[in-house]
Design a protein around this ligand. Sequence first.
Ligand code: C2E
Ligand code: MG
Ligand code: MG
Length: 766
Amino acid sequence: MPVPPDTSRKAPADWDDPAAWGPTKTFLYLTLTALLVGAALVALALLIFAPQRPERLLGPGLVAAVALVGAGLVQAGRIVSARWFLASGVWAAFTLVATFTGGVRAPVALGYPLLIIMCGWQIGDRAALLAAGATVLAVIGLAMAEMNQWLPGAPLYLPAMHASVLMVVCFLGAAMVVLLVKAYRNKLRQLHRSREDLRRHSGEVESSRATLQRAQSVARVGSWTFDLITNQLELSDETRRIFDIPEVRQGDMAAYLKRVYEGDREPLQAAWAAALRGADFDHEHRIVDGAQVRWIRQKAEFEAGPDGAPIRVLGIAQDITERKQADERIAELAFYDQLSGLPNRTLLLDRLKQVMAAGERDASYSALLFLDLDNFKTLNDTLGHDMGDLLLQQVANRLMGCVRAGDTVARLGGDEFVVMLAGLGTGEAPAAMAAETVGEKILGALNQPYQIGSHDHRSTPSIGITLFGGGRVEPIEEPLKRADLAMYQSKAAGRNTLRFFDPKMQATVSDRAALETGLRAALVREELVLHFQPLVTGAGALTGAEALVRWQHPERGLVSPCEFISLAEDTGLILPLGRWVMERACTQLTLWAAQPALTHLTMAVNVSARQFRQPDFVEQVLAVIARSGADPRRLQLELTESLLVTNVEDIIAKMTALQAHGVGFALDDFGTGYSSLSYLGRLPLDQLKIDRSFVMGIETNPHAVAICAATISLAHSLGLKVVAEGVETAAQRDLLHLGHGCNYLQGYLFSRPLPLEQFEAFVQSR
Ligand code: C2E
Ligand code: MG
Ligand code: MG
């Protein structure tokens, strides 16, 4: 902050300024020389013309003494003292000489005026006045003394002495004129130079002022100054433009405050008051001009006077409306869903955090309602995404109509919405009832028909509800997870309904999570094992084995694949698991090929849909075959009908590619999936495996017999062999094989799935 110059100190006069002592010194030396020469001449004249009065030598002696002492002072650089000493010394000498040599008529009196002028020049106006006053008093004293004849007798009139004094006085007068003229010329030159400098500087100041104004207009930042002493306010051009004030007038400050947005007035005044107490002033507020609202940022600093007290405020003003609008837009993009205008997940989590914190503090309950539209995908697929978007917007509007102003309705994405009901009181049961009431209201509202474009549409939601708060501390995602689970419960309960979160479901989810972690570890620790179940011909000859995976759990013992295969499919763990099974089965095939009793066996390996859909599935299988050295003609891959739901062309291509290497294919669990008979003819299959559920009822249920018989004849007509799974009794075997010509059989009647050693022993024992 600039500090103004200290005006209380006077600028030094020229005669006190060592820089200006050049001419002064010259003049002093001249004076000293003149005094010495004058004194010498007078002394000479006295010695020649009045040797009988040696006491008169006292006068020139005195002057010479003063001159010598003065010279000493000048030599020592004590110019100020030298001037004072010379002026007073010479004056005193003159007065003494006048007194003792004849009063005012004494020629020395001629020196008085010169001395007075000299004092004025060399010392100052006061010294000149002093010298003049003293001279007047001396003259009056001398005149009176003379009148009363107190003075010595009439002076000896000495022309030579008079002449020498006159010469010295003339010489000094001329020297003084020359030096004075010289000094004043210098002064004039200096003045001229200063005027030029001033003109140049004011030009520079004007041009930097113009540059500053332009810079302000480019940067859209104006400046202002406020003089706290005179209350004068100065605004730059840009500031006037920003505030729309053409001219600064009295009362502008008050008028400006009236234009400030009502809600911002008090904070602005408070900030200003704080600034006057020394706080930083950096404030944003709105001003209202008719329908237009603009954001202004003001920042100011105080300028202190020499005593540290503030004397001026320097401030800047900036129109930040555009930046504020951009900020608002960014916030809107970051926190709101663009389609529905509802808060998005980020904002919901933020508000949830606040409500949870309040619930922890005051033990109040709040509720989360998780909504998912039933069959929304169908609408999207049939009428297109634009229509889907229209429905979502209408749902958003209806949801907003079902809640109070303080509640939050958010869209998580897709057709998922969350409603947060905050502050439902401290009783759990009343809070649950309140949440249920709102849930019912939402169900009713969303069940009303929708007008989507020209279509009448019906849509229903499934709603999951959970309470949170009530003094309970939990991670922020927990209530959301619970509401989500409850929503799945309401889907499972037939949709278009609401369900509260059920802790049993939580237990299932936790078990699944534990199972997943365990399975992951099992893969690493190699806790998986293969069991082999024999496959026999109708005549009882053993032709092959199906490899079935088990988990040798360290605590639970042998875990059935029914418990973990679907989880492995959901989590993707089926991929490493499937690769391991394939690897083990093929290695086993190679080992059996080396043993005469086992060499003829085929190996059936189950392949899950997710595994088969991997783009490099064919390459993976071929690589395993190559690595293990297994005979691909002895390998049979079992696929399930669930695979056939998508992209049949790709499936056929993969099957054909593997079949070209001799790999065979069976369709497992036939009859339980969505098999379309039209695919059966197109897929390069070798076998069909009738599901156990049909075989099970074959002895008692005529329908089961009919299905088995039809499946077998269909398969045969398509050139496929048939395997019956789950054959447990001889009657089943006979009915299937003898009665309907089923080619192969598999089931507990022959053997359960066996560990490797037992299976090999079983084969060799036959
Ligand atoms: P699946 O492929 O249909 O296998 C036949 C299942 O029926 C086996 O159950 C087997 O033990 C059982 N089974 C065989 N004969 C009888 C019988 O006479 N009576 C009864 N009640 N059951 C019989 P498991 O071993 O529990 O396997 C269940 C399913 O797990 C398999 O059904 C298969 O879909 C899947 N699975 C097993 N291992 C694997 C594998 O390595 N990969 C894949 N992706 N799935 C596998
Ligand atoms: Mg199977
Ligand atoms: Mg099966």
